[in-house]
Unconditional design. Structure first.
Lengths: 103, 270
């Protein structure tokens, strides 16, 4: 089971700012281990953020995203107490979903 | 006398060059500071803090106990502000301990781990995470904002400090290096990284209060024991044994020199 995400969501004017930290190795598939074998690519492929069940962001990621990625974005609307749900799926099919309330 | 006079002109020219280099260096340092500030917002150290806080409450080891009753110096179960007063003398162990050695002590006495198991994975790597670094992240985060207050009241604390000071200035190894070689003067650097002068209060305070830190280049949270361990590697010294008296003494010397500063870690470094 992957480690939990750290999510913060705050109302800024008429928008909501979402900041999320994800725990992931994000292997590019271009590195080699100490024995010279290629370390297989392993990265988050899809990120979906939903506000009260409605998707507000759908991202397709690749190997250029850093290890333990940090994502920050704003969307129009959102009120204090609304539920924000974030799911990522990696190229191994592993997934993680966490949620928070807008603060 | 004559030699001195003859040398005057080249020295002047050299000092102009040094000033120009310092200016260029200043810009680069500003840029690095901006980079750090940009990273500050989403410091992945928080992932370690969260994992450590979770591990702290988990029942583990042969005795199936959590670390919640671990005494870090302020009484069993008190984590808040404890790191800012470490290392310190613990009468139950009759030894001066830093955070890591105290955690090992708690893992052995409370959870029933063997000493060997408790120190097995002090630092995380690409293949496996270190629980120790997660504990360290959690405990240190509970001292954020606390003022460094390391005591030298007990004779063993004073002994550790003196030993640490001696080690700091001890030259050895294939490069004839001491900690003081890099950290004993102002404005030294390795590549573009400024090195703190740890013999001065300001330098020691700035350095000590920003460890542990998430190292972006390694994608890992690194503890103070790791910092010392890596300094020893860079000096080509024999490996600094995890939680050894030597590592605690050196930590004691640096922590005490940082007294009075506000602790501000886990931080983030390049």
């Amino acid at each position: 089971m992957p480690d939990p995400m750290k999510i913060r969501a705050t109302v800024v004017g008429d928008s909501t700012e979402v900041r999320v930290l994800m725990s992931h190795e994000m292997e590019t598939g271009q590195r080699k281990d100490a024995q010279g074998n290629v370390i297989p690519a392993w990265f988050i492929q899809n990120v979906v953020v939903a506000h009260k069940g409605r998707p507000v962001l759908n991202a397709q990621w690749g190997t250029a995203i850093a290890k333990n990625p940090f994502l920050s974005f704003k969307f129009k609307g959102g009120a204090k107490g609304d539920k924000i749900e974030i799911t990522w799926v990696d190229n191994r099919g592993e997934k993680r979903t966490d949620e928070t309330a807008i603060g | 006398m004559r030699i001195h006079r003859r040398g005057a002109l080249p020295v002047l020219a050299l000092s102009v060059m040094v000033a120009a280099a310092a200016l260029a260096q200043g810009n680069a340092v500003d840029e690095i500071a901006k980079y750090r500030a940009a990273l500050q917002d989403g410091n992945p150290a928080e992932l370690w803090e969260a994992r450590g806080a979770d591990l702290w409450k988990q029942k583990r080891g042969p005795k199936n106990a959590s670390l919640e009753q671990c005494d870090l110096g302020l009484g069993p179960g008190v984590v808040k502000g404890a790191y800012a007063q470490l290392p310190r003398y613990f009468s139950d162990a009759d030894r001066v301990m830093d955070l890591e050695s105290r955690l090992v002590w708690c893992m052995v006495t409370l959870q029933g781990f063997s000493q060997a198991d408790a120190v097995k994975r002090p630092f995380g790597g690409p293949d496996q995470k270190s629980d120790m670094e997660a504990y360290v992240a959690y405990v240190t985060s509970e001292s954020r904002g606390a003022r460094m207050n390391v005591s030298l009241d007990h004779p063993k604390e004073r002994e550790a400090y003196r030993l640490g000071e001696k080690m700091f200035h001890f030259r050895g190894g294939t490069h004839d290096f001491a900690c003081a070689t890099c950290h004993g003067e102002d404005a030294k650097r390795i590549r573009l990284q400024d090195l703190p002068n740890l013999t001065q209060t300001a330098g020691a305070q700035k350095a000590y209060t920003t460890w542990p830190a998430y190292r972006v280049s390694q994608g890992e949270l690194r503890s103070f024991q790791w910092r010392l361990n890596d300094c020893f590697r860079q000096q080509r010294f024999p490996e600094l044994i995890f939680t050894s008296d030597a590592s605690i003494a050196l930590t004691m010397f640096l922590a005490r020199n940082a007294n009075g500063a506000v602790f501000d870690a886990p931080a983030i470094k390049r």
